[in-house]
Design a protein around this ligand. Structure first.
Ligand code: HEM
Length: 253
């Protein structure tokens, strides 16, 4: 089945020649943001010294440090490959590499990192059940959206594949946005907001903002697609049948 011109155009927004430069060049700031977050994260772990870790490491949990470290290594694979995956130019020009990077994202990034995060969840020093619920919900949604994206891709349902994978991307980006939210809120802590509120906003805000933002963007795209389809159908539809009066006039000409 072939797809119409408006549909093809809207499914690959990066192709629009008339789009302003910032709408085509968003990949550069995204990549810079991911690199900055990874430098920030690795600054505490590159020494492989548990004393510089940013997590609580109770003496009776000697395995926690290597598990956190492995979770970060696989999380780094997920973050770097997902930037390639959401880049429209890369998908169009290198479909085979997109496929390989996709498998690396799933098998070498999300799956092992999420499995290790599940091991870490019971060790989490969460101040409230609400903060813990944020991590558990993130974990479930991360695995579910990625798995559904893979299934949709295997079934060649590319609209669903794109929807689920962009949602998975939004969740992976929690590693960036939750740290950004933390930096923004730090001047308000502890005078304006207390520890519990601070941790709740960082825990939920980081990924919910991304996920809602991506859903709104996808819904806007779907709405524009429907409108473009309606317009192209109206343009190609035959005109109204001539009235009897018009037929009479035409016959006498
Ligand atoms: C999106 C799903 C993710 C979930 C559910 C998750 C879950 C967790 C959990 C439960 C911990 C232990 C925290 C503690 O014991 O205090 C943790 C720590 C950590 N995770 Fe993840 N993680 C996710 C994705 C990522 C990604 C993509 C990265 C990127 C590298 C990452 C980097 C880290 C780092 C650096 C830590 C150490 C503590 C910190 O600085 O926050 N995580 N994660």
């Amino acid at each position: 089945m072939s797809i119409g011109a408006p549909r093809a155009r809207l499914m690959s927004p990066g192709r629009r020649a008339g789009a302003s430069w910032w709408r085509r060049a968003w990949i550069a700031p995204l990549a810079a943001l991911v690199v900055a977050a990874l430098v920030y994260i690795w600054a505490y772990y590159i020494t492989f010294d548990p004393r510089t870790a940013t997590v609580d490491l109770p003496a009776d949990q000697p395995l926690k440090y290597p598990v956190v470290l492995a979770h970060i290594v696989f999380g780094t694979v997920a973050m770097t490959t997902v930037v390639l995956q959401v880049w429209p130019w890369f998908r169009r020009r290198h479909p085979q590499a997109h496929r390989w990077a996709g498998w690396l994202y799933v098998v070498g990034g999300v799956a092992p990192s999420a499995a290790l995060a599940a091991v870490l969840l019971p060790t989490l020093a969460a101040p409230t059940w609400f903060a813990l619920a944020s991590r558990v919900t993130l974990e479930v949604l991360w695995v579910a959206t990625t798995a559904l994206g893979v299934v949709a891709g295997r079934r060649r349902n590319y609209i669903a594949h794109r929807w689920f994978m962009l949602s998975s991307f939004a969740l992976t980006m929690d590693a960036v946005s939750s740290r950004l939210v933390k930096v923004v809120l730090t001047p308000l802590y502890p005078d304006v907001i207390g520890a519990t509120t601070f941790l709740l906003i960082v825990g939920w805000g980081g990924w919910l903002l991304n996920l809602v933002g991506v859903q709104l963007w996808l819904l806007r795209g779907a709405w524009r697609l429907r409108r473009a389809d309606r317009r192209s159908a109206a343009a190609t539809a035959p005109g109204p049948a001539p009235t009897p009066a018009a037929r009479t006039t035409a016959g006498s000409a």
